[in-house]
Design a binder for this molecule. Structure first.
Ligand SMILES: [Zn+2]
Length: 305
């Protein structure tokens, strides 16, 4: 039986296209997957969240795995790399993982060799899975051989602790081989700090989901260092701070968040710029609404109009 949130276009691996200034954005999908609706909405009662995210008979909701390709004219950047092909058979079945990202690249006529920068917002397995590929003979190789990869050092440190709360989220084959070969650069971005990767692409640390979650700013005009909205067109991949457009309400944070109280404060901090500056917001796990502009409704609540 199809999931109640499946639509005729659900299998399309190209989820959206957009332009931001003279940068071209293509949103590719590693395929939709399923997670427990209760875990995705924390303390929010099901009668409220299921209006926005219908659940199947196992209480699972349908989520996307969105990779954003940015072509700047000089560089081709991949933000996030889905679940990948390294899960055990059991976990692949539980999540309904599709392993679709290579097909999505082919459909969009983008070769993995063209990617020269990969940015991981954090190192949970559903965000960096195709950093590496497991070959049929069991080797782990970089999926993007010509790319420099970027991730936060704190994510690596945290993943290596293998804590009982979230050990399952960290699969070291997604990053350790890249760190060992020198292909991955580890960042030390502090909370609230913005760090440039290349002109027009920067990361900002928004703690809460994890302690060092990185959002990715796409600003063809360069970083607006005044942070007052004078910088021109702007898109932002906010990752798991706001995983879908059903999570815009500041208090609708996830059961997965390590620090939900910080998430609420950080969402409000994000809205202080994203709404008045009319940023194009890119959602990591929204399969049907991967991009949108946020506005306040008549009750003062953030919505996608
Ligand atoms: Zn996630």
């Amino acid at each position: 039986m199809p999931h109640p949130a499946e639509r005729p276009d659900s299998a399309n691996p190209i989820r959206a296209r957009a332009t931001v200034g003279d940068f071209e954005l293509t949103i590719l999908s590693d395929g939709h997957y399923f997670l427990d609706g209760g875990a995705m909405f924390g303390v929010v009662p099901k009668p409220l969240w299921e209006k926005r995210a219908p659940a199947d008979d196992q209480n699972r909701i349908l989520l996307g795995l969105n990779t954003v390709i940015v072509r700047t004219g000089k560089h081709t950047i991949a933000i996030e790399t889905g679940i990948g092909n390294k899960l055990s058979d059991k976990l692949r079945a539980i999540y309904g993982a599709k392993e679709q990202l290579p097909h999505a690249f082919a459909a969009a006529q983008i070769r993995p060799e063209e990617i020269d920068i990969v940015i991981n917002s954090h190192l949970h397995f559903d965000h960096c899975g195709w950093n590496t590929t497991r070959t049929p003979d069991g080797l782990i190789v970089p999926t993007f051989p010509n790319a420099r990869y970027f991730a936060h050092r704190g994510e690596v440190t945290h993943g290596r602790l293998q804590l009982e709360r979230d050990a399952v989220s960290y699969i070291s084959d997604n990053y350790d081989p890249l760190i060992e070969s020198g292909q991955m650069t580890l960042l030390d971005t502090k909370p609230g700090q913005i760090e440039e990767i290349i002109p027009g692409i920067s990361v900002e640390c928004f703690p809460g989901h994890t302690a060092q979650l990185l959002a990715v700013h796409i600003e063809p005009g360069g970083i607006d260092s005044s942070r007052k909205g004078s910088g021109g067109p702007h898109a932002c991949y906010i990752s798991d701070l706001i995983p879908t457009s059903a999570h815009l309400e500041p208090t609708w944070v996830m059961g997965y968040d390590l620090d939900p109280v910080t998430c609420i404060a950080e969402r409000k901090r994000f809205y202080q710029r994203a709404i008045p500056e009319e940023w194009l917001v890119l959602f990591t796990h929204d399969h049907h609404t991967p991009i949108g502009h946020i506005a306040l409704n008549e009750k003062g609540k953030p919505v996608i109009p």
